[in-house]
Write a new protein. Structure first.
Length: 135
C-alpha cells in the first residue's frame, strides 16, 4: 500500500513538472488591412477603453481601434515585415536607432532587412513610422 502511494505521488510530481508555460517574447497585432505590428511583452499592459486597445510596454504606447483589429497572438519572434510596402508614391526608409538611414525601398517593394545586422530599426513610410527588431 505504501509503495502504491509513493508511486502515485511520483507520477503526479513527474506530470506536474513537465507542464510549463510557453516562452513568448512578442504580441503580434494584425489589423483588418493585414498590417502586423509586433510589440515586446516586457512589462506589457493592455488597456481597453472607448473602443480602443492601448498597448503599453518598455518601448512606449500604441493605440489600436478594436474595430480595425483582425486578431492578436503571442509569438516567440516578431512578425515578418515583408508585407510592409510604401504605397502611393512614397518610399520606405530604414533608420538605425541613432538616426542614420541605412536602406531605402521604392513604393510597393517588400521590405527586406535580412542583409542588415541584427538589432532595432525604425521604418518610415509616408506618415507611418514603426519600430522593428531584425533577428
Amino acid at each position: 500500500m505504501k509503495k502504491l502511494k509513493v508511486l502515485t505521488i511520483a507520477i503526479m510530481l513527474a506530470g506536474a513538472t513537465s507542464v510549463m508555460a510557453d516562452d513568448y517574447n512578442y504580441l503580434n497585432i494584425v489589423t483588418s488591412e493585414s498590417a502586423t505590428t509586433s510589440v515586446s511583452i516586457t512589462n506589457l499592459k493592455l488597456t481597453f477603453s472607448n473602443g480602443n486597445v492601448i498597448v503599453t510596454n518598455n518601448e512606449g504606447t500604441s493605440t489600436f481601434a478594436l474595430a480595425d483589429l483582425d486578431y492578436m497572438v503571442f509569438a516567440e519572434t516578431a512578425a515578418g515585415i515583408s508585407n510592409i510596402s510604401a504605397g502611393n508614391d512614397s518610399q520606405t526608409k530604414v533608420y538605425t536607432t541613432n538616426g542614420y538611414m541605412v536602406k531605402k525601398f521604392d513604393a510597393d517593394t517588400a521590405v527586406d532587412l535580412s542583409e542588415l545586422p541584427k538589432g532595432v530599426y525604425i521604418l518610415k513610410s509616408g506618415n507611418m513610422t514603426r519600430k522593428v527588431v531584425n533577428k
